[in-house]
Design a protein around this ligand. Structure first.
Ligand SMILES: Cc1cc2nc3c(=O)[nH]c(=O)nc-3n(C[C@H](O)[C@H](O)[C@H](O)COP(=O)(O)OP(=O)(O)OC[C@H]3O[C@@H](n4cnc5c(N)ncnc54)[C@H](O)[C@@H]3O)c2cc1C
Length: 456
């Protein structure tokens, strides 16, 4: 017995006997003992259709050959015997399962629960400060006002000191965002964390938020009190900065400066590994109002631009930010009060936090970073001509040279939808996924050769 396999052992009459009813036993055992007992006949019961003896069953038609029920080949008999045994085994298994179904169910359920518990306990995501699968709590610590409609929120993970590996990875990768939940309505919006400053812990998040009129999540974030719990999920990678990037032109509108700061952080901290690698970044930051960028010097290229002040550029502003621009003759009267002293160099106005951070970065990386500030209400705009100048007037020649030198150059655009659409055309939703769509708008006109364009 030891030497025969489990399957063969199960086919032994002595083993099967216990599971069979009379007719099955007759069929099975009879078929193995043709000589001693006529198969298919039980003493107690007439044979059922299933349990009919082999010889009485119609033989399978084999081509044109007439078959006889009386003269079977040894092969045919063996095949039928095997079929009967398999049918019987199936019945046996079914019965066995019926008798023990509750036990089997309980066993399967406990196995499943055990497996889930094991997975949960050993899941590396469980200890993450910021989790890509579910919302984790952060405590709101402090709010720094940037302008009348925007602020920087400081959040700290609860509990602190857990695993921040994926946050560090996101900083290495490039542009990323988190989803922030409004707890009452249970709706979430994306925000782009600002890079950590010296001394900041990895479990801290800083969000630059502009309060939208009647906006649900931005109003929640702009009005919460210290100690309120804010639930975040992420990180979600928006753009992976290529390892071999040589130059980035970042066109930022309003809160679009947050991803520009992320790019600066990644470039200057993680993309300088090669000896001759010192990627360059030029940020063009456009705001409607001066109050968003006090003490941010307006660049020479954007000042006294020959076309400024006319209605063409006011309509550009409207297109960027999706709001009606003031008519030229109304402009002085409709200027907000806060802009009465809106000179960038006015010593009465302190530098806004973000200008301070940008200028500090510039002083640390003077050869790599350039920043230009544009303010609609001062009639300075990121125009097509300015872009042409930055992208190189001898665009084609230069790009051919750069292509030969295998230099990677990228234009990134971030800001309100109208802003991104104006420069590069809209992004689209396809099968539930946001895709880049074709390059349109100003950049299509310019058609900068050798530059990759990415809408954020
Ligand atoms: C990847 C990514 C990163 C982002 N990063 C930042 C960031 O760093 N900082 C930042 O401030 N923003 C950022 N945003 C934008 C942010 O996600 C929100 O869209 C923004 O804060 C507005 O959200 P909200 O819930 O306050 O406004 P919503 O409630 O969504 O409303 C938006 C606007 O629509 C109007 N509105 C709403 N409902 C109606 C209606 N029924 N009829 C008419 N008008 C209506 C509101 O008045 C409001 O002006 C980012 C967006 C993305 C996609």
């Amino acid at each position: 017995m030891q030497s025969i396999s489990w399957r063969r052992r199960c086919l032994q009459p002595s083993y099967l006997k216990g599971f069979l009813n009379n007719s099955q036993r007759d069929v099975l055992l009879g078929s193995r003992n043709f000589a001693s007992r006529p198969p298919g006949f039980s003493a107690s019961k007439p044979p059922s259709a299933k349990a009919r003896p082999f010889k009485d069953r119609p033989a399978p038609v084999d081509g044109n050959k007439p078959s006889s029920g009386r003269h079977k080949s040894a092969n045919e008999s063996n095949t039928r015997e095997t079929i009967y045994i398999e049918e019987t085994l199936f019945t046996v298994a079914r019965r066995w399962f019926r008798r023990r179904s509750v036990k089997v169910l309980v066993f399967s359920l406990s196995a499943y629960l055990g497996y889930t518990l094991y997975n949960w306990q050993t899941d590396p995501h469980r200890s993450l400060i910021l989790n890509p699968r579910f919302f984790t709590p952060f405590i709101f610590e402090k709010r720094d006002k940037v302008s009348s409609s925007s602020c920087i929120l400081n959040l700290k993970s609860v509990p602190a000191g857990q695993n921040a590996d994926n946050i560090n990875e996101a900083w290495e990768t490039g542009v990323w965002s988190v989803l922030v939940m409004q707890p009452e309505l249970q709706i979430a919006r994306a925000y782009t964390p600002l890079p950590p400053r010296d001394g900041d812990e990895p479990e801290q998040l800083r969000l630059f938020v502009r309060q939208e009129p009647n906006g649900e999540v931005s109003t929640f974030l702009s009005t919460i009190y210290r100690g309120t719990l804010v639930h975040c999920r992420g990180p979600h990678i928006e753009y992976e900065i290529p390892a071999d990037v040589d130059e980035i032109l970042f066109i930022a509108g309003g809160t679009g400066i947050a991803p520009a700061l992320q790019v600066a952080h990644t470039l200057f901290n993680y993309r300088t590994a090669l000896p001759d690698q010192s990627p360059k970044l030029r940020i063009l930051w456009a705001n409607r109002r001066r109050e968003d960028s006090y003490q941010g010097p307006v660049s020479n290229s954007s000042q006294h631009f020959p076309e400024t002040g006319n209605s063409k550029f006011q309509s550009i502003s409207a297109a960027w930010f999706g709001k009606p621009a003031p008519k030229p003759e109304e402009t002085p009267a409709t200027k907000p009060e806060s802009t009465s002293n809106n000179d960038a160099t006015n010593p009465l106005q302190p530098q806004t936090i973000l200008v301070e951070e940008l200028e500090a970065l510039k002083s640390h990386h003077p050869d790599q970073l350039e920043i230009d500030y544009f303010v609609d209400e001062e009639d300075s705009y990121v125009t097509e001509n300015i872009l042409r100048r930055y992208l190189g007037s001898n665009n084609e020649e230069q790009s051919d040279h750069d292509l030969a030198a295998r230099k990677k150059k990228v234009i990134l655009i971030s800001g309100p939808d109208g802003f991104v659409n104006y420069y590069a055309g809209p992004k689209y939703w396809r099968n539930g996924v946001e895709v880049q769509g074709p390059v349109e708008g100003v950049l299509r006109k310019i058609d900068p050769k050798g530059w990759e364009i990415w809408k954020l």
